[in-house]
Design a protein around this ligand. Structure first.
Ligand code: 2BA
Length: 107
């Protein structure tokens, strides 16, 4: 089982490339624990010999981007005008990939 957490901007191209290469995939909408922004988790069950190819496809279709993270909490803003520090740049992606063995696979 390959699970890839990818940015929503990349998931369409990833699903296209996987299906064109003959793989089956499931997209689950997910949320990153750090930024609390939406991302996508794609599950791809393949034979062990196909894992490298799937990882190549993920790397070819998902790229790194920079997200801006505001350092002022909404709670502080609600107290009145505050001088906000500049947002912090956070690199995200291309993809966070997990691979594990599947014990049973039933239709
Ligand atoms: P987020 O948790 O929203 O993290 C977004 C980006 O923020 C991360 O990008 C990383 O650059 C940074 N980041 C995360 N935790 C941090 C921390 N404690 N301190 C400083 N910077 C931090 P990526 O590493 O590319 O991760 C993208 C998304 O992949 C994550 O979104 C999360 O949904 C998932 N992910 C990453 N590592 C994971 C892990 N070990 N287990 C489960 N999910 C993971």
């Amino acid at each position: 089982m390959v699970a890839a957490i990818v940015q929503d901007l990349d998931v369409g191209n990833l699903l296209d490339a996987l299906t064109q290469a003959g793989h089956r995939a499931t997209r689950i909408s997910s949320t990153g624990g750090f930024l609390r922004r939406g991302n996508s988790t794609v599950l791809i069950a393949v034979e062990a010999r196909q894992v490298d190819e799937v990882i190549r496809i993920i790397k070819a279709t998902c790229r790194q981007r920079v997200e801006l993270l505001s350092q002022v909490s909404p709670a502080l803003i609600s107290l009145g005008p505050v001088e906000s520090p500049p947002p912090v740049e956070v690199p995200v992606g291309g993809a966070t990939i997990f691979v594990w063995e599947v014990e049973q696979f039933l239709y």
